[in-house]
Design a protein around this ligand. Structure first.
Ligand SMILES: [Zn+2]
Length: 440
């Protein structure tokens, strides 16, 4: 359909580019759509309340299918381990010795925020821009007004769910893209590349995606997650994150005889929360590079109350500033309740992956170059959150995040453009060639 998007860039092996173009145009049929439609119908909802790993065993159903498909393609070492991770290798076909091993990673689970059971994907071919009424719940209408990104996708093939569930493009778009890419590489042996390690993880959505990841077994030098949104987005910067727990201790007494004795921890906690500013340092009042201090839960009684905060900023040093500020407010409140005491504890959650990626800037630069070669305009973006890539970056595996086209994620309006997914596949084909070209 749209294979004529490769363009020769001055100074970069233009002979080879022309060749790639012909290969794609003449020989290659994408398999990404068929795969995507299959994968989203397998329920892989993560369970945040579970103590098992993976959190829901049904995630292994998708893992098993992926292993089978990879083996059928000829990826002989494809395997699922006891935790449900899928590992596979496409061996190098380069004569060069020092091509870095590149890992491509996506997550198999879907978010528990919205049902992922009985997903019925609908393909809207050459979508004309008219509102998409989802048939199983006609109240769910996807429009360009609500989803401005769709304005630029008119004419694309758009995939949605049917109204009762999320779609699961997050992150089955990433999985389908990597699988189509693997299929392409195996069927086009003239395209030179180093070892490619494929990794599919469970439980990313509940923040446990790397819990049992075996980095030593993975043996990759650099990685990319395929879990980004809009066409061209490339993310190499996340928040840095701490969790803060404040435990307030009151003094209990029989309420009938409590005068001058009782100190109610609930009231201390309420006063403390009321003392937090509303118009700054909150998720609801910050954007772009502004960080925040965010109470996420309160749990308490007369004697003891606990408040949990998440603290976020792109600049790690700012986290300590927020924490000092929280302590100051806490001390002021405690002074008004003689007898009340509090424990303040900080737990590191994750760190901005930019701290690692800026030491190896070529990892992001090659992805940007790959997009340009694939005819995609790169859009470097920062993430106001974390990814498995931020954790992997600190596990000696620098890992930016590449677009997949997944949009309106974790909702019944979730959608993806087939053409965006195909461009992500092309980007990967270019990316692996760039790594090979740059090696000695
Ligand atoms: Zn995701």
């Amino acid at each position: 359909m749209r294979h004529n998007i490769y363009s020769a860039k001055p100074g970069i092996h233009s002979e080879k580019r022309t060749f790639t173009f012909k290969q794609n145009k003449m020989d290659y049929q994408h398999t990404v759509t068929k795969r995507f439609l299959d994968y989203v119908q397998i329920d892989t909802t993560a369970d945040p309340l579970s103590n098992t790993f993976p959190s829901s065993m049904k995630q292994k159903n998708l893992a098993r299918l992926l292993v089978e498909e990879l083996r059928t393609m000829g990826v002989q070492d494809a395997e699922m381990d006891e935790w449900g991770y899928v590992y596979a290798t496409i061996p190098s076909n380069s004569g060069k010795k020092n091509v870095p091993v590149i890992c491509l990673c996506s997550h198999m689970d879907t978010a528990p925020d919205c049902s992922g059971t009985d997903v019925k994907p609908i393909l809207h071919k050459a979508w004309d821009g008219a509102p998409i009424v989802l048939p199983d719940d006609p109240e769910q209408v996807i429009t360009v007004e609500k989803h401005p990104y769709l304005k630029e996708r008119i004419g694309d093939d758009i995939i949605t769910a049917s109204g009762l569930t999320l779609l699961g493009a997050d992150d089955k778009a990433g999985i389908a893209i990597i699988m189509d890419f693997a299929h392409f590489l195996i069927n086009n042996p003239t395209i030179k590349h180093g070892d490619v390690r494929i990794l599919f993880t469970p439980d990313e959505e509940i923040g446990r995606g790397v819990e049992h990841l075996d980095v030593a077994k993975l043996k990759a030098d650099y990685a990319y997650t395929l879990d980004g949104g809009p066409l061209g987005s490339i993310e190499d910067e996340t928040f840095s994150a701490d969790g803060v727990t404040i435990e307030i201790h009151g003094i209990s007494a029989h309420p009938g005889y409590a005068k001058n004795k009782m100190v109610n921890a609930i009231k201390v906690a309420s006063a403390f929360i009321a003392a937090l500013p509303l118009n700054e340092w909150s998720p609801e009042s910050t954007a772009n590079r502004e960080g925040f201090v965010h109470p996420v839960s309160v749990d308490g009684g007369l004697e003891k109350a606990a408040i949990n905060f998440i603290i976020r900023d792109h600049q790690t040093s700012k986290l300590a500033e927020y924490e000092t500020w929280l302590k100051k407010i806490l001390d002021e409140v405690l002074a008004k309740f003689p007898g009340a005491t509090a424990d303040f504890s900080v737990k590191e959650q994750y760190r901005n992956m930019k701290e690692i990626l800026q030491t190896v800037p070529f990892v992001t630069d090659y992805a940007i170059e790959a997009m340009k070669r694939a005819g995609v305009t790169p859009k470097p973006t920062i993430i106001r959150g974390g990814t498995d890539g931020s954790r992997m970056s600190f596990m000696n595996l620098p890992c930016p995040n590449i677009f997949t086209g997944e949009m309106a994620i974790h909702s019944k309006h979730e959608y993806v453009s087939v053409q965006d997914m195909e461009k992500a596949v092309k980007t990967l084909v270019e990316l692996l060639q760039i790594w090979e070209e740059k090696a000695d």
